[in-house]
Design a protein around this ligand. Structure first.
Ligand SMILES: C[S@@+](CC[C@H](N)C(=O)[O-])C[C@H]1O[C@@H](n2cnc3c(N)ncnc32)[C@H](O)[C@@H]1O
Length: 215
């Protein structure tokens, strides 16, 4: 599949309020089916340093942070350039409205980032990885994989269970996502000339990939 650069509905300035909230609820549902939250929790627990504060880049509604705060007892801060409306904020975690590629980020022991890398260009991902390295010693990136198998599985099994807009965006997300080879290459470029190192993991059925960076 060739990488599509068509924008997603979710990124449109017109998607706000209750419609954005429905996107966040559908994303939580997809993350729960993919097992995203326990996977990130396990990776953080397996780290060799104590973790007191976690930031989430592109945190959306903040459900992952709510999970990590409850399960790990850590302080959490979300960063999103389009945070949920205050009145519809169900996770009740602090969220800073900012562009994580260009703006200074709060210091933390671990930064996580789920289903967000495909919203960015390769150059923005490289800048994001460098920017996170200025305030965190570890960065766990989780995202989809551009590949036929997850595209077909998502279309057949998940689209009927979520809202129409999220279904359209989900299919577009897979078209916009990086292959594991492309993702590795841009992480290598971001870390070139530094002490940084990383490991990667691709799940069964290519439903997601994880890059775990230590700066
Ligand atoms: C598909 S959503 C994922 C939300 C959440 N991480 C999840 O897994 O449910 C992508 C999120 O990234 C945010 N985002 C995209 N580019 C960003 C940037 N440069 N800085 C901060 N947030 C960004 C969007 O506003 C959106 O909330």
């Amino acid at each position: 599949m060739i990488r599509s650069l068509e924008p997603e509905l979710m990124d449109s300035p017109e998607i706000t309020g209750a419609v954005l909230d429905k996107f966040h609820r559908d994303l939580d549902f997809v993350n729960r089916l993919l097992g995203t939250f326990p996977t990130i929790e396990r990776l953080i627990r397996a780290g060799d340093r104590p973790v007191r504060r976690v930031i989430d880049i592109g945190c959306g509604g903040g459900a992952l942070l709510e999970h990590l705060r409850r399960r790990l007892g850590v302080e959490v801060i979300g960063i999103d350039r389009k945070p949920p409306d205050h009145a519809l904020d169900r996770a009740n975690v602090p969220i800073i409205a900012a562009d994580a590629v260009t703006e200074r980020l709060p210091e933390a022991d671990v930064a996580v980032c789920c289903l967000t890398a495909h919203h960015l260009t390769p150059e923005q991902n490289i800048e994001l990885i460098r920017n996170v390295g200025r305030s965190c010693p570890r960065f766990i990136l989780h995202d989809l994989i551009r590949s036929r198998l997850p595209f077909v599985l998502f279309t057949v099994f998940l689209c009927p269970l979520i809202g129409r807009e999220a279904a359209v965006d989900g299919r577009q997300s897979i078209r916009r996502a990086f292959t594991p080879e492309e993702f590795r290459e841009l992480v290598r470029t971001a870390l070139a000339g530094t002490q940084g190192a990383f490991s990667t993991d691709v799940s069964r059925f290519r439903s997601r990939q994880i890059v775990d960076i230590r700066y």
